[in-house]
Structures are given as structure tokens and as C-alpha cells.
Design a protein around this ligand. Sequence first.
Ligand code: CTP
Ligand code: MG
Length: 227
Amino acid sequence: MDGAVAIVLAAGLGERLGRDRPKAFVELAGRPILAHAVGAAMGSPGITSVVVAAPAGLEDLARAIVGPFGSYPVVAGGATRRASVRAALEAVPMDVGVVVCHDAARPFATPALFGRVLEALHGVDGVVPVVDVRDTVKRVEDGMVVVTEPREGLMLAQTPQAFLAPALRDAHERAERDDIEVTDDAAALERAGFRVRAITGEPGNFKITTAEDLARAEAIALEHARG
Ligand code: CTP
Ligand code: MG
């Protein structure tokens, strides 16, 4: 099947955000965070379909949000991000060659970034967008600095990340078998020995984790909405 499928991960509870509902359902400039993320994915011509992982029990709510974009599958996610990816992968037809994984918690990823990770997926098994580390990085234990880590070569990973579907399935099966909780999908491929290319991410594509992040995101989203 031509065209890539985007898995949008929205099954987290948003505990650090601490709102009355899971993070993907919290509104940003009047629209749920999930709608922003799905809109960005479907805004990219290379993405032909979406599979959403929602918190178990909230699939219908997620379906109502996704509905305006098309009738795409919504599945119940799992207790961990890894389990949510596995659940979403089950809903991706086996003849789909390329899968893009994206965290709903990054509502500012642009359709162009989806396009660029797809374009860079040649001669490698996966593509991850990264941005450089600007602050000095220190290792701290019990309130004391142990060492200042050299910043050179260190990058911060973002989503969307593009993968050859067989490599993504294989890497996640291995991580599950080895009981390793990877924090992104590229990490699952790296540890399985697949080749992952890093491309330039987007400075504005930050992940909403805390209330401060949400406040910053709200200001930016309102600015966007004003055009
Ligand atoms: N995610 C998921 N399934 C899980 C855990 C996380 O689909 N079991 C998704 C989240 O919905 C989010 C992304 O993975 O879009 C990144 O996770 P994170 O930022 O940690 O979100 P939450 O797990 O919701 O937040 P918290 O850890 O604060 O509870
Ligand atoms: Mg989490």
C-alpha cells in the first residue's frame, strides 16, 4: 500500500500535567491537543491514514475528535507507551510499508516535518528529528554535581519519527520480549541494531508535559489562530 500511516499516541494519562482529563483531551486554543496532532499528520501529503491510541474507555471520545479528519481507527492504548504503540500497530494493515509515530503531546509538529522525516527514510530503517542541546548538561546525584557532560554530539529527540514498518514491528517485539521500556520508538530500533538517521527537528515542536508547558502552548496556539 502506498502512503504512510501515522500512529498518534494519545493513551497517556497526563499525570504531570495534572488536569481533570488525559492530556490529549485538554484543549489548546479551543481544540483538543489530539485534534492539533492529527491535523498536522493529515496535513502532510505523504500520510494517507491515521491510527490513534486512546486511553482505554475513552475511545469514543477520541473517535469524535478524529472524526472530522476521516474515519480512522481508534484503539485502546496500554499501560506504557510501548504497549500503546503495539496496540496501534495491530490496527495498521500488514501491507503498509511505512509507519510514522507521533506523540499527541507535541501539537506543534508541522505537516512539513512529517514530510521531511518521510523523505529522509531511504537507505535507513528509521528517521528521528532532533534539536541541539543549548544548556550545559550536568549529572547530579543527591543534590551534588557529579560531572558536567560534554554537550557535543548530544541531541534531543522529537516526534514524528518515520520507520519501515517491518523494522518497527520487529524492534518493538524485541523490546517487549526483553522487557525494556524505551522512551521513544527510535530507541527500540537502535537497540535492535537498525539504522536510524537523525534530521533537523523543529524548535517549536516541544512536548507538553507540565502546566507551564501548557500555558506556553496556549499562548502560541492563540497566536497561530490569529494568523
Ligand atoms: N502515551 C501513550 N500510552 C501510554 C503512555 C504515553 O500513548 N501508556 C503517549 C502520551 O499520550 C503522549 C506520549 O505518549 O502523547 C508521550 O508521553 P508523555 O508525554 O509521558 O504523556 P503522558 O504519559 O500522558 O504524561 P505523564 O507521563 O505525565 O502521565
Ligand atoms: Mg508518560
